[in-house]
Design a protein around this ligand. Structure first.
Ligand SMILES: [Zn+2]
Ligand SMILES: [Zn+2]
Length: 337
């Protein structure tokens, strides 16, 4: 009975409906017009979409089973370890750094926009370093291993990535004056939208979302981010507002004639949990062991993936730069969404 009870709680927890059930049982429906009530209603949307998307995959006979299987294993594994690390990290950082905040925002709509832009900057930093520093790429690569896109990819993360990401994002926000309550609201929106942009082609064939593709970061942009095509590598690091990609020159639209190929460039088995989860650590370890001298060994850890002590670099920057040089006319033409 205990096992069944645990299983029931896990399913309810995954669906994110425990809060809504609690509020419904209390019988006071007016609570749904409060912040807590709205959160309780929005939270289950992504898990329910994930299940719908999975069913659609079965209907279309394109079920991406390998991706769902490995991401399910990752979800279960992460539930056992590091469940509360990220939350503890956020609370600690707020406590430590709030006295050093440059100023404090107020709970108004314009400060909220400011807070969101600051949050996106923190997100950009974490995500950019996740791609440009080999050690951090070991944490982030789990998220890029799937060779198809669907909502389960949202759960594909190395367990230490969330605390690392939240440490950077929270530090930036708190030092730049974002009030903690506002920060939590932004985290919720960002988490929900950040999950939604992984919606797969089975559910949303064209991820551009019409005119929104010109204004915000859409599933189409995030599909580009997950692609290993030379043109698409290491672009679109933002989550909802893609201003920082535009500022730092990492913005890339999905081109009609360049079909997205998901995954990472390393030879790997994306259906193998261990390879998806630890494969990049093994590859880094081998490179460090092989490298001559302590300086080269250290450089492998901090330089971008693809850096080589022999000078034969294969970094995303070089690969993309080479592609742009050869195809400059083609990709510079205006893109119609
Ligand atoms: Zn990434
Ligand atoms: Zn992603």
């Amino acid at each position: 009975m205990d096992i069944l009870g645990t299983l029931y709680n896990e399913v309810i927890g995954f669906l994110g409906i425990s809060k809504a059930l609690e509020l419904l049982q209390a019988g006071d429906y007016s609570i749904f017009s409060t912040y807590d009530g709205v959160v309780a209603l929005i939270y289950p949307i992504i898990p329910l979409l994930l299940i719908l998307e999975f069913i659609l995959g079965l209907v279309y006979k394109k079920p991406d089973t390998k991706v769902y299987k490995v991401n399910f294993l990752i979800y279960v594994f992460n539930r056992f370890i590091g469940r509360f690390i990220a939350i503890a990290m956020v609370t600690l950082i707020i406590g430590w750094l709030q006295p050093y905040a440059l100023f404090q925002t107020k709970m108004t709509w314009y400060w909220f926009i400011y807070g969101y832009i600051v949050w996106e900057f923190g997100h950009f930093l974490y995500h950019y370093w996740g791609h440009k520093v080999r050690l951090f790429w070991c944490l982030h690569s789990t998220h890029h291993a799937p060779e198809q896109m669907n909502l389960s990819v949202t759960h594909a993360h190395f367990f230490l990535e969330a605390p690392y990401a939240d440490a950077i994002r929270t530090t930036v926000c708190i030092l730049l004056g974002v009030e903690p309550v506002m920060l939590f609201a932004i985290m919720f929106i960002d988490g929900t939208y950040g999950a939604f942009i992984h919606v797969g082609e089975n559910m949303m064939k064209d991820g551009r979302m019409g005119f929104l593709n010109r204004l915000i970061l859409t599933p189409s942009h995030h599909r580009v981010h997950h692609a290993k095509n030379p043109l698409y590598m290491d672009t679109n690091f933002c989550n909802l507002l893609n201003i920082w990609d535009k500022v730092f020159g990492t913005f890339q639209n999905e081109e009609r004639d360049i079909k997205i190929e998901y995954g990472i460039t390393r030879e790997m088995d994306s259906g193998n949990f261990w390879d998806v989860y630890f494969g990049e650590f093994v590859a880094l370890f081998k490179d460090v062991a092989r490298a001559p001298g302590i300086k080269n060994k250290l450089l492998y850890i901090v330089m971008p993936p693809g850096w080589s002590h022999t000078g034969e670099h294969q970094t995303a920057k070089l690969v993309r730069g080479e592609f742009l040089k050869q195809h400059s006319v083609k990709v510079n033409k205006p893109v119609s969404p």
